[in-house]
Design a protein around this ligand. Structure first.
Ligand code: SAH
Length: 221
């Protein structure tokens, strides 16, 4: 894989910086998240033919009917994950896809665990993690409806594909005080929710309407 990590023209630092400005205008205010997104070269997470569009604030196809999430959504979900005094130390992501969101999280958390059900996507994402020397990301080919029980509990879990109902297994893998950020609902009518474990029980917040690919079952090799 020959990759221009630095980027030129439409993939340059200047273009990336413009995206960060745009995210600020759209209400992203956590400087830790904005810094993390400034660090990660989004253009290496899409096909070369699409690299010139990597810093547009839009979702892009990554093959296998999947998409790399829109930068605004990556920023928003990361912000929700990092709310509060402390950054989460151990994070689980369900839906590795291109690996972009995991790479942003790897700048914020101590360890990132990410699971994907489509093997070729996971292989490509793993190559990108190597290239970026993101040594704090662990990957697994599996159905993320079941989380990653051997590595749990997690301070935060982020799901980047939408189930119709929240997979209960994920709640059991949260640490006390932990937080689940997840899009829920059927195609076209999903909402982003934050579920937190408090002393009084589960607290659920609805953040905004979103559009994600569906959370599916099983593994594709
Ligand atoms: N976070 C990704 C977004 C990818 S789109 C990125 O930054 O690029 C959502 C991903 O979730 C797809 O790759 C899809 O294959 C995966 N997915 C869907 N259902 C899943 C499941 N049950 N377990 C693991 N991954 C799943």
């Amino acid at each position: 894989m020959t990759v221009d990590l630095q980027g030129i023209g439409m993939t340059s630092m200047r273009t990336r910086k413009r995206l960060i400005e745009r995210l600020k205008e759209e209400g992203i205010s956590d400087s830790r998240v904005l810094d993390a997104m400034m660090q990660v070269p989004r253009h290496i997470f899409v096909d070369e033919a699409l690299a010139h569009r990597a810093y547009e604030n839009t979702a892009l196809p990554i093959g296998y009917s999947q998409t790399i999430s829109q930068p605004y959504i990556v920023a928003r979900m990361s912000e929700l994950l990092c709310e509060g005094e402390h950054l989460p130390r151990r994070v689980l992501e369900v839906g590795t896809g291109s690996g972009y969101q995991s790479s942003v999280l790897s700048q914020l958390a101590d360890s990132v665990y990410t699971v994907e059900r489509i093997e070729p996507l996971l292989k490509r994402a793993s190559q990108r993690f190597k290239l970026l020397k993101a040594n704090n990301i662990r990957t697994r080919l599996s159905d993320g409806n079941w989380g990653w029980p051997e590595e749990g509990p997690f301070d935060a879990i982020l799901v980047t594909a939408a189930p119709e109902q929240i997979p209960q297994e994920l709640l059991t893998q949260l640490s006390p005080g932990g937080r689940l950020v997840i899009p829920v609902g059927v195609d076209g009518a999903q909402e982003l929710r934050v579920i937190e474990q408090t002393a009084e029980g589960w607290e659920v917040r609805t953040v905004e309407a979103v559009r994600f690919v569906p959370l599916l079952s099983g593994v594709v090799r």
